[in-house]
Design a protein around this ligand. Sequence first.
Ligand SMILES: Cc1cc2nc3c(=O)[nH]c(=O)nc-3n(C[C@H](O)[C@H](O)[C@H](O)COP(=O)(O)O)c2cc1C
Length: 217
Amino acid sequence: MYDLEDAVLSRRSTRLFLRDKPVPQDVVTEALELAVRAPSNSNIQPWRVVFASGPARGRLVEALLEEADKGDPQVPPLPAEFAHFRRDLGATLYGSMGVARHDAEARRIAVRRNWEFFRAPLAAVVCMHRDLGYADALGVGMFLQTFMLALTARGVGSCVQVSIAGYPDVIREQLGVAEDMRILCGVSIGYPDRDFPANSLDVPRSPLADNVTFLDG
Ligand SMILES: Cc1cc2nc3c(=O)[nH]c(=O)nc-3n(C[C@H](O)[C@H](O)[C@H](O)COP(=O)(O)O)c2cc1C
């Protein structure tokens, strides 16, 4: 079993999974039992998660790909001052996949893998009641990080995907998500393909001083 620091440091967003190696249900349940220990506002436990595997996952992917071929997802644009983060990540990520900077078609193919859950045998969609707010979204985030760390400690990879929330109607129809639920993101879950270089990418972080202030006196 990993200790916490090992799990934090070895978790990576996995963007290619072993298609034919399902995650045992007891492993997922164990990770979820740990994840629900996350704190939340008034102990509301605002996370709602729908998992799809097997034919249910297949139907979801088929419907998402069909929609992706029709038009772009409804993902809010990044404010201009943050756009450089996406550019930097794109350069690092697609570079590691061997996609040239201006090769729009190769990029499109790589991005399209989002809607295939990167071949993960287990797809999850994370929701929260639409009347809850930012404080509750924090609780969902804490649940998700705990879930992913618990999966990491069990050798299971994951990737959070806001891109999945870009086609809410498809998700609602395929997974029966009610109208009073806000769809926050997807999560791909499975065993990482260790031969895929982008899976071992160490995406850099900003220096602490960029984001954290200590006041004393
Ligand atoms: C809320 C959220 C949404 C994300 N959406 C996507 C996504 O749609 N597609 C994707 O490939 N990665 C997505 N990611 C993964 C981030 O790109 C990744 O966490 C970040 O670049 C840091 O890399 P690391 O997770 O490997 O440490 C998302 C992560 C979070 C937390």
